[in-house]
Design a protein around this ligand. Structure first.
Ligand code: TRP
Length: 451
C-alpha cells in the first residue's frame, strides 16, 4: 500500500465519526427515543451501544488495521486463506452497495430539500397540506427524485475518487466540526423557543412501562446502524489508520461522538416539534414535512432551514462515502482496477439498484414482495439480515478464530496504551460470549420480521 494512503490521527477519528453520524442520528434516533419511552429507551440504548456495538466496532477495527486491507483481503490474510473466510468479505461488499443504493435515495431527498430551502420554498404561511403535497409529489415523481438521487451519488463518488487523504479525510476534517457547530447552534436556538420544554420531557422522561423485548431489539438495531457496523465500513477505514494510533481510544471516542450527536440532534428537533404543537411520531415525514412547517413559522426560519438541510446533507454524505469506499477498496486492491474505474463500477451498481429504489415510491410502487416495495425490501434485507450476519461473522472471527495474543497486540500492544489492558479483557469477554448471543437473538427476530 502506498504510504500516503493512511489517515492522520484527527482525520481517522473524523472520517470514522463521519461514517457513524448520519441519518441514523439526525432523524431516526430522536424519533425512536420519543416512541419507545424516552430516558428508559436511552438507558437501554446506551447499554447496547457500549456493551455490544462498541466491542463489534473494536473487532472491525482489529481486522482492518491488522491486515491493512479491504474487507475481502483482510479476512483472507488473517485466516491464512482457509475455509470460507476468504469469501466472506464479499458479503460486506454486497451489503454495503445495497445500503448505499437506498441510503442515496434519501440522500437525494436531503439534497433536493437543501435546494428548496435555498430558494425559500418553505415561505411564511405555507400550509401543512401544501408541504405534504410537495413531499409526496416529489418522492413519487420520476425525474425530480431521480435527479436528486443521481446528484447525490455523483457527489459521493466524486469525493471517494479523490482518494483517502485528499478526498475522504479532507472532507471529514472540515465537515464534522462544521456539522457539530451547526447542530449545537440549532439546538440552542430551539431551546429558546416558547413551549420547547415539553419536547425535552418527551425525550428524556423515563417511562419504564414501555420497555419490552421489541424496545431492546430496536435499541440494538439502532446502535448497529448508527455505528455503521456489520458491512465492512469500519474494517475498510481502519485499514487506513496508522499502527501508532491508540485503537481503544479511537473506538470509545467515536462511539461517544456518535451518541452525543444523536442526543444533540434530538434536542434540535423534538423541542421545536413540541413548541409548535405538532406530532412527534410522524416517522419519515418528520424531517421532510414537519420540520419545513416549523421553519416556515419560526423567526429566521428561512435561514435555519438552509442550515439544517445543509447539515443533514453533509452528515449523509460523510456516511455514504464510507459505504462507497468498501466496494472501491475491494475492486482496486483485489482486482487491481484503478481508483477511477473502481469508483465508476460501484457508482454504476448504485445507480442501477438505487434508481429502482427511488422509483419504488412512484411508478414502480406496485412491484412488491411480501407487502414491501423495492426500497423497503433493500432496507430490511440489509438491516435485518445481511448486516447482522456480517456482525456475527466479525465477532466470531475475532473472538474464536484469531489468536488472543494477536487481538491483544492490536488493541493494547501498539502505541502507548498498556494501561488499556483491563479494557481489553472486558471487550474480549464481551466479544466472545455476549455479542454473539445478542446478535443471534436479533438475527432470529429479523428473520421473523421479514417473513
Ligand atoms: N451510520 C450511518 C447513520 O447513522 C449510516 C451508515 C454508514 C451505515 N455506513 C453504514 C449503516 C454501514 C449501516 C452500515 O446514518
Amino acid at each position: 500500500m502506498k504510504k500516503e494512503e493512511k489517515f492522520g490521527k484527527f482525520g481517522a477519528v473524523m472520517a470514522m465519526a463521519g461514517s457513524a453520524v448520519g441519518l441514523g442520528n439526525m432523524w431516526r434516533f430522536p424519533y425512536l427515543l420519543g416512541e419507545y419511552g424516552g430516558a428508559a429507551f436511552l438507558m437501554v440504548y446506551l447499554a447496547c451501544a457500549m456493551l455490544i456495538a462498541l466491542p463489534i466496532f473494536a473487532c472491525e477495527f482489529v481486522i482492518g488495521r491488522r491486515s491493512g486491507m479491504n474487507c475481502m483481503g483482510a479476512f483472507r490474510a488473517l485466516s491464512d486463506g482457509k475455509g470460507i473466510w476468504g469469501g466472506c468479505g464479499m458479503l460486506f461488499v454486497v451489503t454495503c452497495t445495497i445500503i448505499l443504493s437506498f441510503y442515496s435515495v434519501i440522500g437525494g431527498w436531503s439534497l433536493e430539500y437543501f435546494f428548496k430551502a435555498c430558494t425559500f420554498t418553505f415561505h411564511e404561511g405555507i400550509s401543512s397540506d401544501e408541504l405534504s403535497g410537495i413531499f409526496s409529489g416529489f418522492v413519487s415523481s420520476i425525474w425530480p427524485s431521480l435527479t436528486g438521487f443521481l446528484m447525490f451519488v455523483w457527489l459521493t463518488v466524486y469525493i471517494v475518487r479523490k482518494g483517502i487523504k485528499s478526498g475522504i479525510e479532507r472532507f471529514g476534517k472540515v465537515a464534522m466540526p462544521v456539522l457539530a457547530l451547526i447542530v449545537v447552534a440549532i439546538a440552542v436556538y430551539v431551546f429558546m423557543l416558547p413551549g420547547s420544554l415539553a419536547g425535552y420531557e418527551y425525550m428524556f422522561k423515563a417511562d419504564f412501562s414501555k420497555l419490552n423485548g421489541s424496545v431492546i431489539l430496536a435499541a440494538l438495531g439502532q446502535s448497529f446502524f448508527s455505528l455503521s457496523l456489520g458491512c465492512g465500513c469500519i474494517i475498510t477505514y481502519a485499514s487506513y489508520v496508522s499502527k501508532k494510533d491508540d485503537m481503544i481510544k479511537h473506538s470509545i471516542g467515536i462511539t461517544v461522538i456518535d451518541i452525543i450527536f444523536a442526543l444533540i440532534s434530538g434536542c434540535a428537533i423534538m423541542p421545536a416539534v413540541f413548541s409548535f404543537g405538532l406530532d412527534p411520531q410522524a416517522g419519515p415525514s418528520l424531517v421532510y414535512e414537519t420540520l419545513p412547517y416549523i421553519f416556515s413559522r419560526m423567526p429566521f426560519g428561512g435561514i435555519v432551514a438552509i442550515v439544517f438541510f445543509g447539515a443533514l446533507l453533509v452528515a449523509t454524505v460523510t456516511s455514504s462515502i464510507s459505504m462507497c469506499e468498501v466496494g472501491v477498496a475491494y475492486l482496486s486492491q483485489e482486482r487491481g482496477y484503478s481508483r477511477r474505474k473502481s469508483c465508476r463500477i460501484i457508482g454504476l451498481c448504485t445507480i442501477l439498484l438505487g434508481s429502482l429504489c427511488s422509483l419504488s415510491f412512484g411508478p414502480l410502487s406496485h412491484l412488491t414482495l411480501m407487502g414491501k416495495n423495492i426500497f423497503d425490501m433493500c432496507d430490511s434485507l440489509s438491516s435485518n439480515l445481511l448486516m447482522i450476519a456480517g456482525a456475527l461473522l466479525t465477532v466470531y472471527f475475532v473472538g474464536w478464530k484469531m489468536k488472543r495474543e494477536d487481538v491483544y497486540d492490536e488493541m493494547v500492544g501498539r502505541g502507548t496504551a498498556k494501561s488499556h489492558a483491563p479494557f481489553f479483557k472486558c471487550i474480549y469477554f464481551l466479544v466472545r460470549y455476549v455479542c454473539p448471543a445478542a446478535i443471534l437473538v436479533i438475527f432470529i427476530q429479523g428473520l421473523i420480521d421479514m417473513l
